[in-house]
Design a protein around this ligand. Structure first.
Ligand code: ATP
Length: 583
């Protein structure tokens, strides 16, 4: 339960823990003085029948002790909060920073829902570990030792019996520790799985409704929730049972101590005042350990969370490059990539994309187009072979410079809720009104936005109040404002209306010359004007050339192009037009 690595991660907490232990210990000494003073007054009253001289001083001492205890209790609570705050301030950024360093492909290594649960509830339970459990752990050892020293001169037998009973509480804790660890492991598994399902079902709710599959998912989630409830109940039962045992030891021990004190008084071994003071203090022998037992269960849960947190923090990170990437030709040599297993998504790819050129990557579904985009944009970093931009290897470049250099616009670019203005400003935070309006004009969205109240037109989450084509055009306007030297368009025109598609393609074509453009498109009519088309098949580069070259060679690309034209214009001659125009 003393995790050195975890403690080292929150170095500030050590000082607060020390101060809290000191405050609790001084408070215990104040209790000793208080109860001995009260007992002394009682003895005086019993012996003399009335208050005598020195009573006023005794009252003053007792009142002083009460005030000291009150102040120290407040101080102790403050140290708890400060320790807890330092836990939050250290661990949440550590989790967030790790996810950032893992890069946008982090979800392949660690589920999003679990990361959120750890950063939220996991960290909160660790607050109890640092703020309560650790200080109590040290205080619970100090308190019985202090009382042993106080009791020994008065009644050695009582002191010895009480002191020997105290370890029964940690023994009860140790007895349940193994069971608790196993149960809490199960608890976190069930919690994380439920979180994953909940997040996924929520994200896909519309799809579930469309297919009428929400009922089945509902049932499946009910079963998961029921499993989580049962595990939670087992955890609570275990905690309750162990608390009952600890209470039995604490109150049984206090009762035994009181009986021994009374016996020592009757045998004349201790004065009346001494016996009363010991009876009043007997419970203090156990209270510290008893509180430790209560904190133990919450802290144990925090420890289970910390195991997972450390697993996340230990995940291997992609090497952080140190070289500034600069604009220039993209050179790919012997590029291979696999998502795991024997199957390769890309095999020995070679190509050079000169600066300012318009390249297209095409091929059948699953041939590796998006994988290439993910590698070029730094999302997938574990590739073999070489990818250089202006001569610098991609993995040696800093993430920051790659972000400046390249923008990816995909078919599902995320649009946050807010306004059109706030969305556009994500592309260029210091853009002025005219720049924002100009970007909207370029994607043919200005008129619509103006009709809806202008740049401050409100946007719902994921811009749900826009049509698919409008969303995509807005995402493009945001990307244009960023004005990066290289753009990758990954199916940026899929699933949208023909008018929006043409608007977007017009903008993409206009970037040629001033920007390097890599267009990934399943619709080959869109790539006809590309300077070079790369045709992939099962991760291999099979053909490369202009549309005209590839049509002339009459292989895979030509067959795919003609098939699409036939589908779009059945029986018509239109199918051949773009080819002839390009020629
Ligand atoms: N995250 C992943 N984990 C495992 N395999 C993956 C993953 N993403 C893609 N793949 C596999 O890698 C191969 C290439 O996928 P990729 O997404 O690059 O194809 P694509 O050409 O972009 O397809 P599409 O045109 O359908 O988008 C496919 O066989 C796919 O099943």
């Amino acid at each position: 339960m003393i995790n050195k690595r975890l403690i080292a991660m929150v170095p500030e907490a050590k000082a607060f823990i020390f101060k809290k232990v000191a405050a609790n210990w001084i408070s215990l000494l104040a209790s000793v003085v208080l109860w001995f003073t009260v007992a002394g007054m009682l003895e005086q009253v019993l012996e003399q029948g009335t208050a005598s001289t020195g009573f006023g001083a005794a009252f003053a001492v007792a009142a002083g002790c009460i005030v000291v205890r009150f102040l120290l209790t407040r101080l102790s609570a403050r140290y708890t909060h400060q320790a807890a705050a330092s836990v939050k301030a250290r661990l949440r950024p550590a989790i967030y920073g790790k996810l950032r360093r893992l890069g946008s492909g982090y979800a392949a290594q660690f589920p999003t829902a679990e990361a959120v649960q750890l950063a939220g509830e996991g960290v909160e339970q660790l607050e109890t570990y640092f703020g309560n459990y650790l200080p109590q752990f040290f205080y619970a050892m100090l308190a019985p030792l202090t009382l042993l020293v106080v009791f020994l001169p008065l009644s050695p037998l009582t002191a010895a019996v009480l002191f020997l009973c105290v370890p029964l509480i940690p023994a009860a804790i140790i007895a349940v520790q193994k069971v608790a660890k196993r149960l809490l492991g199960k608890y976190w598994d069930a919690y994380a799985n439920l979180g994953d399902s909940f997040l996924e079902n929520l994200q896909g709710l519309t799809t579930l409704k469309v297919y009428g599959a929400d009922g089945a998912r509902h049932e499946a989630m009910n079963a998961e929730a029921e499993h989580f409830r049962k595990v939670t109940m087992k955890v609570l039962t275990m905690q309750l049972n162990s608390v009952t045992i600890m209470d039995l030891v604490a109150y049984g021990g206090t009762a035994l101590g009181s009986i021994l004190c009374a016996r020592a008084f009757l045998l004349g071994q201790v004065s009346f005042g001494g016996a009363i003071a010991m009876i009043l203090l007997a419970s203090e022998f156990f209270l510290a350990m008893r509180s430790l037992g209560s904190f133990f269960h919450v802290a144990m849960n925090g420890m289970a969370a910390s195991d997972r947190m450390l697993r996340l923090l230990d995940l291997p990170e992609p090497d952080q490059g140190q070289t500034e990437l600069t604009n220039g030709a993209i050179t790919v040599q012997g590029l291979s990539f696999s998502y795991g297993g024997d199957k390769t998504a890309l095999s020995e790819l070679d190509c050079t994309i000169p600066q300012g050129c318009f390249f297209a990557v095409v091929g059948r579904s699953g041939c590796g187009k998006s994988t290439l985009a993910a590698i070029l944009s730094g999302v997938q970093v574990h590739y073999r072979g070489s990818v250089r931009i202006n001569g610098t290897e991609l993995r040696e470049g800093t993430a920051e410079s790659l972000r400046h250099l390249m923008t990816v616009v995909s078919s599902n670019s995320y649009l946050f809720g807010g306004s059109v203005r706030s969305t556009l400003l994500e592309g260029k935070p210091d853009a002025v009104e005219t720049e924002l309006r100009d970007a909207l004009r370029r994607v043919n969205l200005l008129e619509f936005v103006d009709a809806q109240g202008g740049l401050d037109m409100p946007l719902l989450e994921r811009a749900a109040n826009l049509s698919g084509g409008q969303r995509q055009r807005l995402a493009l306007a945001r990307a244009l404002l960023k004005d990066s030297p290289i753009y990758i368009f990954d199916e940026a025109t899929s699933n949208i209306d023909a008018e929006s598609e043409e608007d977007i393609m017009r903008v993409i074509r206009s970037l040629k010359g001033s920007h390097t453009v890599l267009l990934i498109s399943h619709r080959l009519a869109n790539v006809v004007e590309a300077d070079k088309i790369l045709y992939l098949e099962h991760g291999h580069l099979r053909e490369a050339g202009t549309h005209r070259d590839l049509m002339r060679s009459g292989q895979g690309y030509a067959a795919m192009f003609l098939a699409q034209q036939e589908l779009e214009h059945p029986g018509g001659k239109e199918g051949k037009q773009p080819c002839e125009e390009a020629g």
